[in-house]
Design a protein around this ligand. Structure first.
Ligand code: IMO
Ligand code: MG
Length: 431
């Protein structure tokens, strides 16, 4: 049975939560492979809104197995808050959530360093300690989930880390030092609450693969926020791309059967960094208010602009995408003219492929193709045939430009307001 990765094709916030929720119906397992509670995945079911940060969006479907892989960094307080919030809304968690022993813990000093280092870096991070937690992972000084279950070892690791961190906090950031006993007892309290979910997720997910289960790999952030392939340094600190599913869960590349990219019908970005099609005018503000473009995690207003197919085409290649889910089509309903960015112009050169030079990305001028808007409502449309012809033409033009099909189209936040031309679990070719 197919195993499908769902991955963001832009700078995050593409609507992955809704798409995963829809596909989860046909999945047995939904697994997160990277990122942390910097993610904000919104799912609307029966007019009820759920915003998930760490727990896979599949949890809203009763009985689905949800896993958090070794590639994720976890703030236990945030995790517990999310578990309790979901439980209070009647969502079952205890028998279907599994957290990797090898995932790394976000510690209190990570959040402080994240915020302090923003002053010189100005990346516009979510301030959740994500970057510094990954720094410790790669430096081989990180504390892992399994350490929570071994109080003596946890204490030794905390002591060692804290002596370095307190030096840094005091001498470099002129910030208050943290107390060992306080953190130790807090984290031991967390261990009591989440210990039961901690397991060897890699072994477990491979068992499900062997049993021919349908598995959905849930990416957080987006391709352009990937640490290696994104608009570095204005990126997050993990591999958000589809390849991250292998390292972030411990599965082989041969086990992935398809990759569904998710892209908005326009573009947004939250935080700093180059954004060639950004509209800093009235139109950008209008897109923001129509699309309710405010961060699900930080509440920050998102920067908005026209669809950039240089970005999406690049994402198709980097992720080996099988198809695309296009979201928020209805937000473009009223515009008489709609633009698609097909290239960048910089110092007399035209770039049709994603350039990585920051001078080009910051200073280029988008080359636009303009198409006529459909100027009628597409909100709630559930069949491709029912879309206005001009909306179909917009979709088909994007398909031509990016080289893969648009298999799913979302026409509102609601689960049911979705056109499914191809269901990855049923229609993607098995490798
Ligand atoms: P979802 O999964 C949008 C952005 C931050 C910042 C940069 C680095 O909801 O699509 P970090 O805190 O990760 O070190 O910040 O990445 N960012 C996101 N933007 N959606 C997200 O997740 C994001 N997660 C991080 O705004 O620019
Ligand atoms: Mg988000």
């Amino acid at each position: 049975m197919p195993n499908i990765v769902v991955v963001g094709a832009q700078w995050g916030d593409e609507g992955k939560g809704k798409i995963i929720d829809i596909l989860a119906k046909d999945a047995d397992v939904v697994a997160r492979y990277q990122g942390g509670h910097n993610a904000g995945h919104t799912v609307v079911v029966n007019d009820e809104e759920y915003i998930l940060h760490l727990i896979p969006s599949g949890i809203i479907h009763p009985g689905k197995i949800c896993m958090i892989g070794n590639g994720v960094v976890i703030d236990p307080e945030a995790l517990i808050g999310e578990i309790e919030g979901l439980k209070s809304r009647g969502i079952a968690i205890d028998n279907n959530l599994f957290i990797s022993k090898n995932s790394h813990l976000i510690m209190p000093y990570h959040c402080i360093i994240d915020k302090e280092s923003e002053r010189s870096k100005s990346i516009g991070t979510t301030g959740r300690g994500i970057g510094p937690a990954y720094v410790d992972k790669v430096a081989r000084t990180g504390i892992r989930m399994s350490d929570l279950l071994d109080p003596q070892l946890f204490r030794e690791k905390l002591e060692l880390n804290l002596s370095n961190m307190n030096y840094l906090l005091y001498n470099v950031y002129k910030s208050e030092q943290l107390d060992l006993e306080e953190i130790y007892s807090k984290y031991m309290g967390y261990a009591k609450k989440i210990g039961k979910y901690i397991t060897d997720v890699s072994i477990l997910i491979n068992k499900y693969i062997e049993e021919n289960s349908n598995i959905l790999f849930e990416g957080a952030q987006g391709t352009l926020l990937d640490i290696d392939h994104g608009t570095y340094p204005y990126v997050t600190s993990s591999n958000a791309i589809a390849g991250g599913a292998c390292t972030g869960l411990g599965i082989g590349p041969t086990k992935i059967d398809g990759v569904l990219g998710v892209s908005k019908a326009y573009t947004t970005r939250v935080g700093s960094g180059p954004f060639p099609t950004e509209l800093k005018d009235k139109l950008g503000n209008d897109l923001r208010s129509k699309g309710r473009e405010y961060g699900a995690t930080t509440g920050r207003p998102r920067r908005c602009g026209w669809l950039d197919v240089v970005v999406v085409r690049y994402s198709v290649i980097i992720n080996g995408m099988s198809g695309i889910a296009l979201t928020k089509l209805d937000i473009l309903d009223e515009y008489p003219n709609i633009k698609i960015c097909v290239g960048y112009k910089y110092k007399g050169n035209i770039y049709n492929e994603m350039p990585h030079e920051s001078s080009v990305l910051w200073n280029c001028e988008p080359v636009y193709e303009e198409i006529e808007g459909w100027q009628e409502s597409t909100a709630g449309i559930k069949r491709f045939d029912s879309l206005p012809d001009k909306a179909k033409a917009y979709i088909e033009r994007i398909e031509d430009l990016i080289g893969v099909s648009i298999d799913i189209i979302s026409t509102s936040q609601k689960r049911e307001d979705t056109i499914i031309k191809q269901n990855p679990f049923k229609d993607y070719l098995l490798v």
